[in-house]
Design a protein around this ligand. Structure first.
Ligand SMILES: [Zn+2]
Length: 267
């Protein structure tokens, strides 16, 4: 069977097996890849983490994804400096500008950035990116909620129930200190990343998680070591007394969402 016929068969199977979009109550119409391909070097994304989603949820969060790509590449120690001069780096800047016009310059002008990221995209040493704008916060909240709902589907085996809760906090490279990172990691013994045959890129996308296998999933997800999302998702939030106060919550941004609220947060 040809590759495209195999893909079509998998797609039909995925869509017919899912009763609703994994993010809302609508019927599933499309296959969503989460995390998106744009987060991987050379768009080389291993297969897996493919979900049934409605058209609106799948394609309505492009700005959120573009910003996640952008912040995941802003490194403190220049490991990714070469990225901004590459075609992929230029594409990341172009896409963010297209999907969220003006946001990039707003981020770069923010006085709480402790160092300088040149307009050309060249990264200097010790960049600390702090996103204080409402727009940036809403976008990364939406990205994080999507991530939580997608991984809930993956590990629990069904979409997060409509009365369920996904509680998220994201950290740019300035927001998650090593101590807190290590503390969070110790809570989550199981490590996962995307694998396809032998291909896997845990440095680009990896997560540690913990779950009871049926009602709750918590995970710490890392993108390129610079952008981190911590979430708890539960189909029985009352049982687990969610939402609750995250460790380090005073330093950063928490967000609580039910399935179906994704796109309303972005308007
Ligand atoms: Zn949807």
């Amino acid at each position: 069977m040809s590759q495209s016929r195999i893909r079509n068969k998998l797609r039909t199977k995925l869509l017919s097996n899912e009763k609703r979009c994994i993010y809302c109550a609508s019927l599933p119409e499309t296959i969503e890849h989460f995390p998106p391909v744009s987060l991987f070097d050379r768009r080389d994304r291993p297969s897996g983490l493919e979900f049934a989603a409605c058209e609106a949820c799948n394609h309505g969060t492009k700005a959120a994804e573009a910003l996640a790509v952008f912040v995941s590449r802003i490194d403190k120690d220049e490991r990714t400096a070469g990225f901004w001069g590459s075609q992929a780096g230029q594409n990341a800047i172009f896409t963010l500008e297209r999907e969220a016009p003006g946001l990039r310059s707003q981020i770069l002008q923010n006085p709480s950035i402790s160092n300088y990221l040149a307009p050309s995209g060249e990264v200097e040493q010790q960049i600390e990116i702090r996103l204080s704008s409402e727009k940036a916060k809403n976008l990364l909240d939406a990205f994080s909620a999507k991530l939580g709902m997608a991984l809930y589907r993956e590990h629990i085996g069904e979409p997060l129930p409509l009365n369920g809760i996904v509680q998220t906090i994201w950290y740019t490279n300035a927001g998650l200190g090593r101590d807190l990172y290590e503390k969070l990691l110790r809570t989550f013994p199981i490590f996962a990343t995307l694998k396809q045959g032998k291909k896997s890129y845990p440095n680009q996308f990896g997560y540690r998680y913990n779950t009871d296998g049926s009602r709750i999933l918590a995970a710490l997800v890392s993108f390129h070591g610079n952008f981190h999302v911590f979430f708890v998702a539960s189909g029985e939030p009352e049982t687990f007394e969610l939402p609750y106060a995250f460790i380090g919550a005073s330093e950063t941004t928490g967000n609580v969402m039910h399935p179906g609220e994704l796109l309303s947060r972005l308007t």
